[in-house]
Design a protein around this ligand. Structure first.
Ligand code: GLU
Length: 448
């Protein structure tokens, strides 16, 4: 009889063999299943019923052609994906990413993480992810619309408020959600508000959904600091990215009395020692869709570093809110050496395994994305709840619900890490909380 650890290693070897070249997916699987040895020893039925092997294989994967015509009349062909990973806790749930780097391995890593993240929220949502290698950057509204309509023309048959409920992610915001919902409504002849989340509050969307991922990541770091008898107020912070997650993380950090001195985009880094001007960032990014370098045209005392490393900038609290693997081992060492005491992942898998090890060895508070950025999808579940009851909650009430959800996630992860002998390790806590919820439902449903 092999040991539990040997079996976990064998499962991982099988995942890499069956999913060749999908490096981000391998990384995401490894990060979860490495934590599960003690869980399988405590609950041998998970092992007997091959729960891990089943979770690692998506329930369904859809890959399709997305043809559309650009403004010059030229035919463009993109590839569309929807990976429906797990529906044991609820309808498939997870965003769409439109970015040129998208391929099956990215969607599978995101979908796999989404299973556990969604389970950690305690809400009735399964895990999925989708997207395309379409690059919205530099495209006109009309081009984005035609792409979204073509994308939905294939995908609508796989979606539904009780089947699969997408939302946004990188490259998919309110504009894209509008085009996607409009096309779904037109094809199906149904005003099915609950089929997609992240909608504008003007037509069925929920207040606070836009802010939720960023706010949630800040509430999580607030909880981690409180567990150590500390607080956000007065801290110097660095937030990577300048998209939806970063903008609302900065907003909440500033509201709680922190000073945010840097943000970035894929071209470079803005460092503004006296504190970022969030109104200007919103204007540049949300309204004008410009690059962050333009910030320095207004604020002459800010420095813009083309292709700079944002993690070179000293801070006490770091929020990686850009993209996967943006914070590596060397950057983590730099952060620790510069006095960083807490990291909360607003993005999905932004810290490399080497970076996580550095934070763990230094015993700084590290909030993994599965817990720290779960406020976005949790608020999507609140949007589904409002749609189902044809109700619309106030901003204050919705934010209070988000705060409660993040506080519960923090407590569950904290207590579970302790239960399994790794106090203070939120990665282990989140992976185990999420895995147990999914595994128990799978056991109840039999072999499916
Ligand atoms: N894309 C977000 C995430 O990574 C949100 C998904 C959702 O709201 O369904 O969790």
């Amino acid at each position: 009889m092999s040991t539990v650890n040997e079996r976990i290693e064998r499962i991982y070897a099988e995942v890499t063999r069956r999913n060749q070249g999908e490096l981000e997916f391998h990384q995401a699987v490894k990060e979860v299943i490495e934590c599960l040895g003690p869980v399988l020893r405590k609950h041998p039925q998970y092992d007997e019923h091959k729960i891990i092997e089943r979770i690692c294989e998506p329930e369904r994967q859809i890959i399709f052609r997305v043809p559309w015509v650009d403004d010059r009349g030229e035919v463009q062909i993109n590839r569309g994906f929807r990976v429906q990973f797990s529906s044991v806790l609820g309808p498939y749930k997870g965003g769409f990413r439109f970015h040129p780097s998208v391929y099956l391995g990215i969607i599978k890593f995101l979908g796999f993480e989404q299973i556990f993240k969604n389970a950690v929220t305690g809400m009735p949502i399964g895990g999925a992810k989708g997207g395309s290698d379409f690059d919205p950057k530099g495209r006109s509204d009309a081009e984005v619309m035609r792409f979204c309509q073509s994308f939905m023309l294939e995908l609508y048959r796989h979606l539904g408020e009780f089947t699969d409920v997408p939302a946004g992610d990188i490259g998919v915001g309110a504009r894209e959600i509008g085009f996607l919902f409009g096309q779904y409504k037109r094809i199906t002849n149904r005003y099915e508000s609950g089929v997609i989340t992240g909608k504008s509050p003007k037509w069925g969307g929920a207040l606070v959904r836009k802010e939720a991922t960023g706010y949630g990541a800040v509430f999580f770091v607030e909880q981690m600091l409180a567990a150590r008898g500390d607080a956000i107020e007065g801290k110097t912070c660095v937030v990577s990215g300048s998209g939806n997650v970063a903008i609302y993380a900065i907003e909440k950090l500033q509201a709680l009395g922190a000073k945010v001195v840097a943000c970035s985009d894929s071209d470079g880094v803005i460092h503004h020692a006296k504190g970022l001007d969030l109104d200007l960032i919103k204007q540049l990014k949300e309204v004008e869709r410009r690059r962050i370098r333009d910030y320095a045209h207004t604020h002459r005392d800010a420095q813009y570093v083309e292709r700079g490393n944002i993690w070179d900038i000293a801070c006490q609290v770091a929020l990686p809110c850009a993209t996967q693997n943006e914070l590596d081992e060397a950057s983590a060492r730099k952060l620790v050496a510069n006095g960083c005491i807490a990291v909360s992942e607003g993005a999905n898998m932004p810290t490399t395994p080497g970076g996580i090890r550095v934070f763990e060895d230094a015993r700084i508070a590290f909030g993994p994305g599965k817990a720290a950025n779960a406020g976005g999808v949790a608020t999507s579940a609140l949007e589904m709840q409002q749609n189902a009851s044809r109700d619309a909650w106030t901003f204050e009430y919705s934010e209070q619900r988000l705060h409660e959800i993040m506080t519960n996630i923090h407590r569950n992860c904290y207590e579970t890490a302790e239960e399994f002998g790794s106090p203070g390790n939120y990665s282990i806590g989140a992976n185990i909380v999420g895995f147990r919820r999914v595994a128990d439902a799978m056991l109840a449903f039999g072999v499916i």
